[in-house]
Design a protein around this ligand. Structure first.
Ligand SMILES: [Zn+2]
Length: 444
């Protein structure tokens, strides 16, 4: 990538106001550069949080669920109201553009910014929506002010980032592609086949299998996200400049024993799959530190079959997630997990099958995008610090195609993937302003 030009002062209009619900000043020019409409962004975030909200205040918005489809429709309408153009690719990734801003720039690779709007079960209202709606807000501001840019800026909402069907599904489709056969085999956490759910929502597997971005298709990408950890809040720093994202792997380990009567089968000689799975799970935490100090392994799903209180389970399936800043370490951890599964299965007279998804490699983020983020925060008067991401993000896929960066804002108490997930509105707006400044630098 060519050196990024520094953002000059954008003179002219200098409108500023204070005291909206976001609590952050809005400016259209001058020292701080163009900024977002914080009140509008806050209102959008509050509206999106109504889709799939449950009684606990958490968000149930699995990809392609009714709540997700309704949220997509609302989001697309919101973009169209603003005069933006919306395209949806074969796997459901939403790409928003401003035809006015793109006039004469057809030959230029665009800058992408975006995130996701699907959620984990009982998830929070910021993980994904922040980066998605802030991206749309940035594009809206550029469009409203007719900011002259050297290349197109597009806001993107990636499909199924939370991996109900496959890790970082939508961005993986863009970067590696999926065959129809692979897509046909995907099963969601509730046991539904992706092919059925996708067809019911109007999707087409052949079109999904054609989704793929060519190398060079993008100039750069940047994603705003909540930290989902406690470090920024603890240090009292406003903006995190993400240095890189961990490698992430996962898959299902299935123990198969023998179903028998819970009352008449003696304890000796049982082939109880749940007991095998339970022993396997308790051995996992000790494996992580064997590959590296930052390695983590988690079991978030356990299924017993047939699932009767008076039946010794024939099969038990455990879904494992493992991560490390090094791709090699993640691969080593996968091998250790598989070896332990074999060993436990043989002790319990069970069969074991493992189905690993491809490891999404660790992604160091690009120094020039990081520089643009830092310069943007500095111009706005926000404090910033380098920080690593322990969570997976679509940006780690995009980083394989184009210079990519990420911006973090503080998470209250470090809480995430829960209804307790929270980021104060001023931090939300600071993140969006930093994103806008970054996008302008990348597209100038
Ligand atoms: Zn996310």
């Amino acid at each position: 990538m060519a050196a990024l030009p520094r953002l000059g002062r954008r003179g002219g209009l200098h409108r500023s106001r204070e005291g909206g619900s976001s609590g952050v000043e809005v400016t259209d020019g001058g020292e701080r550069g163009l900024t977002v409409d914080g009140d509008r962004l806050v209102a959008d975030l509050e509206r999106l949080a109504e889709f799939g909200v449950n009684e606990a205040g958490g968000i149930d918005r699995t990809s392609f669920s009714a709540a997700d489809l309704a949220a997509r429709q609302w989001l697309i309408a919101r973009c169209e109201e603003a005069g933006l153009e919306v395209a949806v690719d074969g796997i459901g990734n939403i790409v928003v553009s401003s035809p006015d801003l793109e006039a004469g720039l057809a030959d230029q690779a665009p800058v992408w910014t975006g995130s996701h709007i699907d959620a984990v079960p009982n998830g929070g209202r910021f993980d994904g929506p922040l980066g998605s709606l802030a991206a749309i807000e940035c594009l809206r501001r550029l469009h409203e002010e007719r900011v002259p840019l050297a290349r197109p800026v597009r806001a993107v909402v990636y499909t199924d980032e939370e991996g109900n069907y496959a890790h970082l599904f939508g961005s993986s489709a863009l970067t590696r592609g999926f065959s129809v056969a692979e897509l046909s085999n995907l099963v969601g956490r509730d046991g539904d086949r992706f092919a059925d759910t996708f067809a019911a929502s109007g999707g087409d597997l052949d079109a999904a299998a054609e989704v793929r971005l060519a190398p060079g298709a993008l100039h750069a990408t940047v994603e705003l996200h909540i930290e989902q950890g406690p470090l920024l809040e603890r240090q009292g720093i406003q903006i995190g400049v993400v240095t890189g994202i961990v490698a992430i792997g996962g898959g299902a380990v299935r123990f198969t024993g023998q179903a028998d009567h819970a009352g008449t089968t003696p304890m000796i000689g049982r082939r109880d799959s749940v007991v095998a799975a339970a022993e396997f799970i308790t051995l996992l935490p000790a494996l992580a530190p064997r590959v590296g100090p930052a390695a983590v392994v988690t079991t978030g799903i356990v299924r017993a079959e047939p699932g009767g209180s008076n039946v010794i389970a024939e099969a038990a399936e455990v879904v494992v997630d493992y991560r490390d800043p090094s791709t090699d370490n993640a691969r080593e951890l996968e091998a250790l997990i598989a070896a332990v599964a074999d060993e436990v299965a043989s002790r319990h007279g069970s069969r074991v099958e493992t189905h690993w998804e491809d490891i999404v490699p660790a992604a160091p983020l690009h120094s020039e995008v990081r520089d643009a983020i830092r310069a943007s925060a500095e111009q706005l008067g926000y404090s910033s610090v380098d920080i690593a991401s322990g969570a997976g993000h679509d940006s780690q896929n995009l980083a394989t195609l184009a210079p990519t960066g990420m911006i973090f804002v503080p998470s209250t108490g470090g809480r995430s993937h829960s209804p307790a997930e929270h980021t104060p509105w001023p931090d939300v707006v600071r993140g969006a302003d930093t994103l806008l400044g970054t996008v302008i630098r990348l597209a100038s």
